[in-house]
Design a protein around this ligand. Structure first.
Ligand SMILES: Nc1ncnc2c1ncn2[C@@H]1O[C@H](COP(=O)(O)OP(=O)(O)OP(=O)(O)O)[C@@H](O)[C@H]1O
Ligand SMILES: [Mg+2]
Length: 317
């Protein structure tokens, strides 16, 4: 049984006029001990997926489909059960969280507060845990009493990860954890995650608009486009032989240190307005391989010849 399973998950945000479908019939799973990478351009619904799993969507969101954790239906959990599920089973490192620490409270005190909010740990015990967590994520333990501005960007991101790990969850969702960091610090965070996965057996859902960072950590990769899952498969397949033209375009947009920079191609055009989607395949207006059927019929996610699942008329037939 997968640890986390999304089945036909759809999320629509209510606007002044009508609805905006941010996530449209997405099905995917995270298995125990794996790192599922979710990639896609800005606005394709990645954070909305994360918020749905944690049940922290704004009131304006209408959710359909199913989210199951360890076989338990998350969307119908009662309030008390949800509180026990969040943090203890699934924790989130929200987008921008490294800059969300309260500037006038030490980072350690904020972790202590989070621990004590969810568990009946005493103050001393919670501080002991906070120091231990700092050690686990590679920050010197004595820095636990530092204020956010006394920590570097990389350390703040490590501290946000430490906070997420405080109740030993089985799954941690990281929303753009490396985006604001320079390349060297990005690499350090990626190796930290690989170590945590090895040592703690914790699973990760790693959300990013930058596919290249997933090459280092992901065991499987899911690519989203305009609210849809367009391709998902084992990381080696996705990086070596992507099937969907959008995944291929994202791959071509990655600078290769060994290659020629002139080979890097940005993707022409922009994703569609989610309130007025093109007919057929959503990627067709930007797709170099688009043909008649693509502009009338929406492709379904089907097995490709390389071992991924892809939603493209050229792939699934
Ligand atoms: N509370 C909201 N109300 C209305 N629309 C929203 C709301 N939150 C997000 N959206 C819209 O839903 C779509 C998906 O947003 P989401 O934040 O999930 O995308 P994302 O892939 O995480 O983007 P980014 O890479 O920029 O973080 C976007 O079009 C966004 O404008
Ligand atoms: Mg986001």
């Amino acid at each position: 049984m997968p640890l986390l399973e999304l089945k036909n998950l759809s999320v629509a945000y209510r606007l002044q006029k009508g609805y905006l479908m941010a996530v449209d019939q997405v099905s995917m799973e995270v298995n125990e001990g794996e790192v599922l990478g979710i990639a896609g351009e800005s606005g394709c619904g990645k954070s909305t997926v994360a918020l749905s799993v944690l049940r922290i969507l704004p009131k304006s969101a209408r959710v359909t489909g199913a989210v199951a954790f360890g076989g338990e239906d998350v969307l119908t959990m009662g309030d008390e059960r949800v509180r026990a599920y969040r943090w203890k089973h699934v924790a989130l490192v929200p987008q921008g969280s490294m800059n969300a620490f309260d500037p006038v409270i030490s980072v350690g005190a904020q972790i202590v507060e989070a621990i004590r909010l969810h568990e009946s740990a005493g103050k001393e015990e919670a501080w002991r845990r906070a120091r231990e967590l700092f050690g686990l994520v590679g920050i010197p333990k004595e820095r636990v009493t530092n204020y956010p501005h006394e920590l570097s960007g990389g350390m703040k991101q490590r501290a946000a990860i430490a906070m997420a790990l405080s109740l030993s969850p089985k799954l941690v969702i990281l929303d753009e954890p490396t985006t604001a960091l320079d390349v060297v610090v990005q690499k350090q965070i990626l190796s930290l995650l690989a170590r945590l996965q090895r040592e703690l057996g914790v699973s990760f859902m790693f959300i990013t608009h930058d596919l290249s960072v997933l090459a280092e950590v992901a065991t499987r990769v899911a690519v989203m486009y305009a609210g849809k899952l367009v391709e998902v498969g084992p990381a080696d397949v996705m990086f070596r032989s992507p099937s969907h033209p959008y995944t291929q375009a994202l791959m071509r947009a990655i600078p290769n240190v060994h290659g020629d920079i002139s080979q890097v191609k940005s993707i022409l055009g922009t994703p569609p307005d989610l309130t007025s989607l093109p007919k057929g395949c959503r990627f067709s207006p930007r797709c170099p391989h688009s043909f008649g059927r693509c502009t009338v019929e929406e492709p379904r996610l089907l097995p490709s010849t390389t071992g991924s699942m892809a939603a493209c008329h050229l792939v699934g037939g």
